[in-house]
Design a protein around this ligand. Structure first.
Ligand code: AMP
Length: 285
């Protein structure tokens, strides 16, 4: 696996492949890699001639300075894991390499309301930072295809929208959420959990599956009420939001609508660590 830290280094690695019209699969990450990230790399490996992974903790997408400072870093182990799955290239740029006088990251994209609810509402500025960095990375890597996880569903919808406007030739693929055996969605932030909170954390996924298994005959606003009650029984959690939304527009759903599919989302703090998850929700009649 080749390691590039600067844009010229990356270009020197990729240019020969591009001259041969090779397809380039791209997996942007913030490092502290786990099987969720590696599943995206594996998908890209199957579908492309060359796979590039980036590791960049993007300061612009953190709305809390402390969250940025505490974000786990494990580059040596990341490189080892990427080698184990035969990733071809890893790009590990500095903040100055990404943001400079050439690119400040201040771009505005019409997101048609995709960013106003949920993560957009609860983490002001977060998606501006996500759009800024993914746009920049797409300009640098110029991928054929880019892979993102369903775990960050709203992020995927926003990147897809940004990409259609600014990078129409890049194909955007959503890959399924990879979970621990107890259902907890894998996340770099899971390593910040205390062992007792790690044992409690799968409750978030259980609540989502309860929505489907126990409450899917109710209207969405009633399902949300039941789930808030369930989460509030677990005192170690501080809820950020539980939302049921149209899976395409992300508009909140209070009543079932014919011909539209729903996704259910949860965000909660546990011991100061913020976890998110989502699953598809199908009405039961
Ligand atoms: P991050 O490093 O958290 O920015 O994530 C990088 C990419 O990995 C994003 O596209 C995430 O959606 C994806 N990802 C993170 N966790 C998982 C998971 N458990 N399963 C699948 N994809 C994931």
């Amino acid at each position: 696996m080749k390691v590039a830290k600067t844009i010229p280094e990356l270009e020197a690695i990729l240019n020969p492949h591009k001259l041969q019209n090779s397809t380039v699969g791209f997996v942007p990450t913030m490092g502290a890699l786990h099987q969720g990230h590696l599943s995206l790399i594996s998908q890209s490996k199957i579908e492309n001639n060359v796979t590039v992974c980036s590791i960049f903790i993007n300061p612009k997408q953190f709305n809390e300075a402390k969250d940025y400072e505490n974000y786990p870093i494990d580059t040596e182990n990341d490189i080892k894991q990427l080698e184990d799955v035969n990733c071809d290239v890893v790009f590990i740029p500095s903040v100055d390499e990404i943001y400079s006088s050439v690119y400040s990251g201040d771009i505005k994209v019409e997101l048609n309301g995709l960013a106003i609810t949920m993560e957009g509402e609860h983490r002001p500025g977060h998606f501006d930072g996500v759009v800024a960095v993914v746009h920049r990375l797409f300009d640098i890597v110029k991928p054929t295809v880019a892979y993102f996880g369903q775990k960050d569903y709203q992020q995927f919808m926003i990147i897809q929208k940004m990409s259609r406007l600014l990078h129409p030739n890049v194909k955007i693929i959503m890959c399924p959420t990879i979970r621990e055996q107890d259902g907890l969605a894998m996340s770099s932030r899971n390593r910040l959990l205390s062992s007792i909170n790690r044992q409690k954390a799968p409750i978030l996924h259980q609540i989502l599956t309860n929505a489907q298994n126990k409450y899917a005959h109710l209207e969405p606003y009633e399902i949300k009420q039941e789930l808030v009650k369930e989460l509030n029984k677990h005192k170690e959690f501080t809820m950020d939001y539980i939302e049921i939304a149209n899976k395409d527009t992300l508009e909140p759903l209070n009543y079932w609508e014919e011909n539209s599919e729903a996704q259910i989302f949860i965000a909660s703090f546990i011991g100061g660590v913020r976890l998110i998850d989502n699953i598809k929700l199908v009405r039961r009649r």
